[in-house]
Design a protein around this ligand. Structure first.
Ligand code: FES
Length: 366
């Protein structure tokens, strides 16, 4: 065997698995074997480094386990239509029952120019008045809307912000078609990307509007939720899981996307657990990097045994106190936003929260 060839192991043993990751001096290799023919390509995917050797085979293509990009198992070339993307492929041979690859004769990695997603642009506040986005998270049929106490209070809060000279915007999650988080993060922290992997691969996914507002547009975010079985609404959690990609940037890139922004909450339930709902929302939005005004939420609940729902509705709808409270919440949030905007945005917080530690690098992309 000449120096050019690296011994990967017994052909008999390596043929037992159709696709596997094998370590070599040039880095990890995705070694495939179909009908006795071995193929060897570099295991790091062109996209964001997913481990091709841990993927699956679809015919002659290796499918990346992270976001399903495909590369030919023998040539390393991307699937039809994406040939300009290629991972290095290594000549392979079997001699004396051993699998050998020629590392030095690898083909080149080539990357097609991919237009970055618009959300990926640098976060830079455009001059102008304080901008306030209201996020309604109650689930409802838009063709047959019903009264929502949390939405009604959110409207009052936005009206108060507008009266303060702010630009306002209302986003109703119930009007957006968006996919649930598919847990890319659970495969690897680096598989959860910014912009969200789903957003990048599915141009019909409408959570883009929320990302655009939270990361790029708003100074203040007012989130309104009903209480459902002691928790915020299911749509709130569907959104929150998709916001993992914002928080995960701190983990993977020490990149804080949310700076000098304020969050406040409106929580309305026929029954109880206001403090539990507020605790989750405060904890989550703190992890994203938001600031909170003094007394960062208003809430209303008539208690566990209040099953007379029509009275619960009336209690919110007709309460001047609650609607005034929603307005004052917005004003507190806007005042804090003004103070934050007057500070130097270049002052960055060194790794905060539970991401104070750096990502352990045992998760090297493969
Ligand atoms: S498809 Fe391979 S890392 Fe995204």
């Amino acid at each position: 065997m000449s120096d050019e060839w690296t011994d990967l192991g017994s052909a008999e043993a390596l043929a037992e698995r159709s696709l596997q990751r094998v370590e070599a001096e040039a880095g990890p290799i995705a070694l495939s074997c179909v009908n006795g023919t071995f193929g060897a390509v570099h295991s790091a995917c062109n996209h964001v480094g997913g481990p091709l050797g841990q993927g699956t085979l679809a015919g002659e293509y290796i499918v990346c386990p992270w976001h399903q990009w495909k590369f030919h198992r023998l040539t390393g070339i991307g699937e039809p239509g994406y040939e300009a993307d290629a991972v290095p492929a290594f000549p392979v041979k079997v001699e004396n029952g051993r699998v050998l690859v020629n590392i030095k004769a690898a083909t080149k990695r080539t990357k097609a120019p991919h237009e970055p997603h618009p959300l990926a642009r640098a976060v830079s506040r455009v001059e102008g008045p304080v901008r306030v986005v209201g996020l309604s998270t109650t689930a409802m049929q838009n063709e047959a809307p019903r009264y929502s106490g949390s939405d009604h209070l959110l409207e009052s809060a936005l009206a108060a912000a507008k009266a303060q000279g702010c630009e306002t915007q209302l986003i109703k999650l119930s009007q957006l078609q968006f996919r649930a988080c598919e847990g890319f993060y659970s495969k690897s922290a680096r598989a959860c990307t910014w912009p969200c992997s789903i957003t990048q691969m599915d141009d019909k996914d409408e959570l883009t509007e929320v990302y655009e507002a939270l990361v790029h547009w708003a100074d203040v975010v007012l989130i309104a939720t009903p209480i459902r079985w002691g928790q915020a609404s299911s749509l709130y959690f569907k959104m929150a899981e998709r916001l993992n990609c914002v928080q995960n940037q701190v983990t993977t890139h020490n990149r804080v996307l949310i700076r000098n922004k304020v969050a406040s909450f409106i929580i309305v339930g026929g029954q109880d657990n206001v403090q539990g709902v507020a605790g989750q929302m405060l904890g989550f939005f703190a992890e994203l990097g938001f600031h909170f005004p003094q007394f960062p939420y208003i809430a209303h609940s008539r208690g566990w045994s209040a099953e007379d729902m029509e009275n619960n509705v009336a209690a919110v709808r007709d309460s001047k106190e609650l609607h005034d409270g929603a307005g004052h919440l917005a004003i507190r949030a806007v005042e804090l936003a003004r103070r934050l905007l007057a500070t130097d945005p270049a002052v960055a917080v060194e790794r905060g929260g539970r991401k104070a530690h750096r990502l352990i690098d045992t998760l090297r992309p493969a």
